[in-house]
Design a binder for this molecule. Sequence first.
Ligand code: DAT
Ligand code: MG
Length: 189
Amino acid sequence: MLLTSGSAPKFYKTFFVALLASFTLFLRLSKGLEVPAMPNNAERTFIMIKPDGVQRGIVGEIIKRFEQRGFKLIALKLVHASVPHLEKHYEDLKDKPFFPGLIKYMNAGPVVATVWEGLDAVKTGRTILGTTNPLASAPGTIRGDFALAVGRNVCHGSDSIENAEKEITLWFPEGVVQYTDVKAQWIFE
Ligand code: DAT
Ligand code: MG
């Protein structure tokens, strides 16, 4: 196309506007086609109420906190675990000086073994429990509200997704329970 000196600025202006419009359209389209990141709603964690938690009658209180936060309960049982089973559960700590005392405490009565499913279940589960040493646990956490001594810290929570899966298999070799969580649509986007 031959441009006369008078029409040249108009042509460039139109060209520039068209370019800008196409770029805006491209951005909108690419945003529309974007695959949203899938939230990890299916992450699972093993939470156990230790013998002191059972004896002190705070099983309901601990379970309530996971329920009210929105997690889905997919397994639960009251079990007096054997020494070999507890040694397997805590095998990473077998060289620690407190290991014998830990096994004795865990074997002193029944525990409540549970599995919870939901967004970021492992990390959030540990936040709900509080830190290992209850003296350092914030009020509002289970240990921060119900415990004082590290050797009587009332609950256990998996510390990684990998360990959660191992612990779930160890405590629930029969598998967990499958069902539809009807509240999930009001908890997850
Ligand atoms: P957590 O239970 O927070 O995952 P952990 O896995 O390091 O902590 O230890 C497992 C349990 O062992 C813990 O809940 C209580 C006990 N324990 C840990 N450190 C201890 C210590 N220094 N003295 C006595 N018991 C301890
Ligand atoms: Mg641990």
